[in-house]
Ligand binder design. Structure first.
Ligand code: ADP
Length: 266
């Protein structure tokens, strides 16, 4: 709490008064701290791949370039790290557009069934490689949702890719859609993966928050996927939740508004 005292002299009065202004600085301080943390995180996340790239280039310079096998491996790492930086910058740009509400939502009626079928198809190859069974369950008569299809694709890609990423070979991932009692459409992505400890669950939607930074990085993660998904879902007046049992599996579900009035089931 910040208190500012300002002496005032009222017109015609002999006495000087005081005006006290009480300001709640805790909220401001919290925002300042978050902003500083964010900048520190971004710098760190960009510096890490740059350091790797630099050290591999130096190793090439120091002679590795003359050993074809080694050189090929080093170049591969260098390229992977550059790709990671590109992904990070894309995610950051997207978040900043969402923050500034510059990212327009081109909402229209969207068929949940089609959208989920396509999303699942995009991961079929990756799942086959990891021997993960990926199943889609759609309850009957799901209304169409009023949403931006491209943005929804991104939410689904982020959630399904997490589910696949954090599920060991041979596990399973399920995508489920149902209509809730209040009419909202709920989409859930469940996996039988490594799960998230209870103590981390409350912070998991924060930018750059990861349970295991090294693991997330080695899987190519930016730590921004869930934050982006949350922003997009909120932009649709929906809610997103995560529930998880450590070492057992995770369920992320979000809601979307149905198309209002008319032939909602078409
Ligand atoms: P990342 O790019 O690191 O995957 P996200 O924002 O998508 O970033 O997720 C944040 C963190 O939440 C991850 O680093 C991981 O620790 C945890 N997480 C997200 N989804 C899952 C999941 N399905 N199973 C286990 N952990 C998960």
């Amino acid at each position: 709490l910040k208190i500012t005292l300002t002496p005032v002299k009222l017109k015609g009065a002999h006495q000087t008064g005081m005006v006290a202004v009480l300001e709640d600085v805790t909220e401001q301080e919290k925002l300042d701290r978050q902003r500083k943390d964010f900048v520190a995180n971004v710098s760190h996340e960009l510096r890490t791949p740059l350091t790797t790239i630099k050290s591999y280039l130096e190793a090439l310079d120091d002679g590795a370039i003359n050993e074809p096998e080694l050189a090929t491996r080093f170049l591969k790492v260098t390229r992977q790290e550059a790709d990671r930086m590109t992904r990070l910058i894309q995610d950051l740009l997207q978040l900043s557009r969402l923050d500034a509400q510059k990212s327009k939502f081109a909402k229209k009626p969207v068929s949940v069934e089609l959208m989920l079928e396509e999303a699942v198809d995009r991961f079929s190859f990756q799942c086959k490689q990891k021997n993960i069974s990926l199943t889609l369950y759609i309850h009957e008569r799901i209304p169409r949702v009023y949403a931006d299809p491209d943005k929804l694709d991104q939410v689904l890609d982020n959630l399904i890719s997490n589910a696949v990423k954090y599920t060991p070979d041979g596990g399973s991932v399920a995508v489920v859609a149902q209509e809730k009692a209040d009419g909202m459409v709920e989409i859930g992505v469940a996996d039988t993966g490594i799960g998230i400890p209870k103590k981390d669950l409350g912070r998991i939607f924060e930018r750059f928050y990861r349970v295991d930074k090294a693991r997330s990085r080695s899987m190519g993660g930016t730590g921004l996927g869930l934050s982006i998904a949350q922003q997009i879902v909120h932009g649709h007046q929906g809610e997103i939740e995560i529930d998880s049992v450590y070492k057992k599996g995770t369920l992320v579900s979000f809601t979307l508004p149905p198309v209002s009035g008319g032939n909602v089931h078409e």
